[in-house]
Ligand binder design. Sequence first.
Ligand code: 2AM
Ligand code: CA
Length: 265
Amino acid sequence: MPRRSANINVMVRAAEKAGRGLIRDFGEVDQLQVSRKGPGDFVSAADLKAEQTVKEELKKGRPEFGFLMEESGRTEGSDKSHTWIVDPLDGTTNFLHGLPHFCVSIALAKDKEVIAGVIFDPVKDEVFWAERGIGAFVNSRRLRVSGRRRLEDSIIATGAPFNLHDESIAERFIEQLRPIMQQTSGIRRYGSAALDLAYVAAGRYDGFWENGLNQWDVAAGLLLVREAGGFVTDLHGSRYELGADSILATNEGLHDKLSQILVRK
Ligand code: 2AM
Ligand code: CA
């Protein structure tokens, strides 16, 4: 394993500290399932607390950088070119329901390019990290996207749309599902886009697509996939840029086939 840079060390420390807090709170969530109101407010508080922890730790390490965070939005730093892009709890619905699949996601962007990413899954104790030009890793092991080239051998992950202000959004997703279901080995929908991307980088999934995600859901994961030798584009096949409205992450052999299937819909 190459030595982790100072930035990666700051990011891992922040993600681990927030992740430890999430694990403690996750233990409480189970007790609250039986209450009529459910654990909703408790989970919102856990999410905010995790964001605060990440922010404090990153600020300690790099006081001059700005922030873009899921809960508190954008904060300018004195250094205008570096921004932390943070999702303190990705997979919130899983967390809320006591499902052990969620993570802390932290990316560092220089201008509009992600140069470092860390995704920490505190339940499975996996630290996924990547640095531009250095590679992608889980803990100390190097990651590589899967080598599968045939759709019929492949497992493809996705996320169901949540912002259904328009009937066509649900319709489009259902139309995308049909050919993927028919032509691949199976679909997975685990509910954390950041971990979905980390799993593509690890070769556990052969591909992942989703419509309508936010930057903080995907910023760290997209660098993991690229540094693991994968392609990250929009559904049309153009290089994914932060803020794009769809994402497709997969290996070289499956990329064009998936893009063609998904974009037609
Ligand atoms: P979250 O857990 O941080 O909300 C799953 O499809 C992905 O979509 C997850 O990464 C999840 O991130 C995100 N997501 C699910 N529901 C959402 C909502 N109502 N608003 C924003 N993002 C959401
Ligand atoms: Ca998220």
